[in-house]
Design a protein around this ligand. Structure first.
Ligand SMILES: O=C(O)CCC(=O)C(=O)O
Ligand SMILES: [Fe+2]
Length: 251
């Protein structure tokens, strides 16, 4: 059998140069880019199957208010990194893939590294009922690649909303949130299932709007570090530690 890595590498090598140039431009201009067909369908299907089966077998509800991000809500079902890692399946192969990381680095015009904090490597999140949301926040690390396993219905909420080029004032998150939301335009692209988006997530204030009715949204969240993240002493992990207190050992 051809390995995940070789299939991904061959597929990526065939992405038209002009399309890659458009992705680069979009990321440069918007700090977000929606990427179609990053994987061949056989790998995309395998990753989708793994994510849906994981939610079914291991999904745990998260219902809390995050103090560190200014009191914003989290309401969704999720599966943490260690449970996913045990299966050593397509999601792990995706994260470990050098070919994928190299391609994303080209789009971002800087190097992406595997995140040096293991609980954030990859996570499956699923908004499953009306009102489910992943409230406003910034990420700890520079890059997030979100794979859309199940997109919500087009008109039923659950979109990513974001304001790029904003700074997380960790001393007063609530006030920073209020200021940006009052003064800046919120962008909300629709991400179809089977595609993914790369976001500059540590300087984009973002959330997943509440589901508005009977629909579902399931994603795989991959986190990558920039070169400067690797030596940045201000990066902390309080958000992860609060959401995943039962899984993340606090050191
Ligand atoms: O579900 C998404 O698209 C984004 C999730 C997210 O922002 C996060 O896990 O930090
Ligand atoms: Fe995020």
């Amino acid at each position: 059998m051809i390995s995940f890595e070789n299939q991904a590498r061959e597929h990526i090598a065939n992405i038209p140069t002009q399309l890659t140039a458009l992705y680069e431009q979009s990321f440069r201009d918007e700090d977000i880019v929606v990427i179609d067909h990053l994987l061949p369908s056989v790998l995309a299907n395998a990753m989708r199957r793994q994510a849906l089966d994981l939610v079914e077998a291991h999904g745990a509800r998260r219902d809390l208010i995050m103090d560190t991000t200014g009191g914003t809500p989290r309401h969704y079902t999720s599966v943490g990194r260690d449970i996913i890692r045990k299966q050593n399946g397509p999601i792990t192969r995706f994260f470990e893939s050098d070919a994928i990381r190299a391609y994303l680095s080209k789009i971002a015009a800087e190097e992406l590294h595997k995140v040096p904090y293991i609980p954030e490597e990859y996570i499956v999140n699923s908004q499953q009922k009306p009102g489910d949301t992943h409230g406003w926040h910034w990420d700890d690390y520079t890059f997030a690649l979100i794979w859309m396993v199940e997109a919500p219905a087009y008109d039923k909420g659950g979109r990513v909303e974001y304001i790029p080029r904003t700074k997380w004032d960790k001393e007063d998150s609530a006030k920073a949130l209020e200021k940006f939301l009052k003064n800046q335009i919120v962008r909300s692209p629709y991400i179809p299932s089977g595609s993914c988006y790369l976001m500059r997530a540590n300087t984009s204030l973002h959330r997943i709007a509440p589901l508005d009715g009977d629909t579902k949204r399931t994603v795989i969240v991959f986190t990558y570090a920039s070169t400067s993240d690797l030596t940045d002493p201000t990066i902390t992990h309080e958000t992860m530690e609060q959401i995943y207190a039962d899984e993340v050992a606090v050191d």
